[in-house]
Design a protein around this ligand. Structure first.
Ligand SMILES: Nc1ncnc2c1ncn2[C@@H]1O[C@H](COP(=O)(O)OP(=O)(O)OP(=O)(O)O)[C@@H](O)[C@H]1O
Ligand SMILES: [Mg+2]
Length: 340
């Protein structure tokens, strides 16, 4: 499918989503569906600069109660009270403290000079937000599977879904290519898995991207991104022992790793699966991540923004990081496959 098609947005009839005759004040005070209607109305659906409109984020969030969850490298994350949403506000005070958890010396390939270049590159300028959204729209095709209209909202959902279906229906077809590209031999058990129902697992929560005025004092009224994402119950992958999880979950993990390998082979981007303690867990830059949540039914990728573009310049490429992730993916996929 043509990636460009995703950006040519159909005209949206917002009246369809918004109840007419409701005053703005009342509107903003209503919860649940109405909040989502506002998200639909003000979200960004294309990485083209010309389509960007600022969302009235201050007003939108003024009637919600936000409970701080965590402050990641890129975003501050809040849970919206009484709603199943989290809000991630892009940080202008981004400190790429990759190694903040430890006093170990920096490895030669990630010097502090390199780290400051990193942080500068990833500040939430409009350009950077859209660059990351463009990568996200590709990532969505691999890791999402939106069969149900409630799973996701995008004006071009049908095109996205068709791309997703194409990818998931050709998983086994690409196995030979994948094995020769990575010089690995996958455990033959994978064949069955790649044609079973597991292959249609949706790894992605519903989410909306807004650009608007910051709400945190740290950002001092600068414009930034807001990712409003479905709240996912469960534990961080970091805190789970994969071998003790249900077989259904282990199969989903195999698929997740397979998709990492496939996406890198085909379009040269690698999602970020950094571990909680990047240096201490340097050999575990996949299974010890806080970017994946696991519950009884699902594996979900909740950090949907940081991608290493392995064809980009040295900084955006992330130095040695993507190849480290790929090597761990190769190792772990067969390890998990032993017991599925
Ligand atoms: N949809 C969600 N549901 C539940 N918890 C979430 C969700 N999204 C994020 N969190 C929590 O917030 C933390 C940080 O989220 P996220 O990884 O998206 O932010 P980040 O700034 O990109 O972090 P980093 O760059 O450090 O990985 C997660 O590890 C998780 O604990
Ligand atoms: Mg994260």
């Amino acid at each position: 499918m043509k990636f460009k098609q995703l950006f040519s947005l159909k005209k949206i009839n917002w009246k369809k989503f918004l109840k007419t005759g409701v005053s703005a004040g009342k509107f903003f005070s209503q919860k649940g569906n109405n909040f989502e209607n506002l998200l639909k109305r003000y979200a960004i659906y294309s990485p083209e600069q010309t389509t960007v409109r600022l969302a009235p984020t201050k007003r939108m969030f003024s009637n919600t109660q936000l409970r701080f969850i965590s402050s990641g490298l890129q975003a501050r994350v809040y849970k919206i009270r009484d709603m199943d949403w989290v809000v991630k506000e892009g940080r202008w005070d981004l400190d790429l403290n990759f190694f903040g958890d430890t006093k170990l010396p920096l490895s030669a390939s990630l010097s502090s000079k390199l780290l400051s270049l990193f942080s500068f590159t990833f500040l939430p300028s409009r350009r950077e937000i859209l660059r990351q959204y463009k990568a996200y729209l590709k990532f969505v095709q691999y890791f999402g599977y939106f069969t149900n209209p409630n799973d996701y909202y995008h004006p071009n959902l049908e095109l996205i879904y068709n791309a997703q279906k194409n990818i998931r229906d050709s998983l086994l077809f690409y196995k030979d290519d994948l094995e020769s590209y990575y010089k690995i031999k996958l455990n033959p058990k994978i064949d069955e898995l790649l044609v079973s129902d597991t292959k249609y697992h949706n790894f992605l929560p519903k989410e909306y991207l807004l650009i608007g005025q910051s709400i945190s004092p740290e950002n001092k009224n600068k414009d930034t991104f807001f990712i409003v994402q479905q709240f996912i119950k469960g534990n961080l992958l970091h805190d789970e022992d994969i071998q003790k999880l249900d077989i259904k979950i282990r199969k989903q993990m195999v698929l997740l790793i397979y998709l990492i390998l496939l996406m890198n082979m085909q379009i040269h981007i690698v999602p970020d699966t950094r571990p909680r303690y990047p240096i201490l867990q340097i050999g575990n830059w996949l299974m010890k991540t806080d970017n994946i949540i696991v519950n009884n039914d699902n594996v979900k990728f909740i950090d949907t923004r940081w991608f290493w573009d392995t064809k980009a310049n040295f900084i955006k490429k992330g130095a040695v990081i993507p190849s480290m992730i790929i090597n761990l993916a190769k190792l772990n996929i067969n390890e998990i496959l032993k017991n599925v």
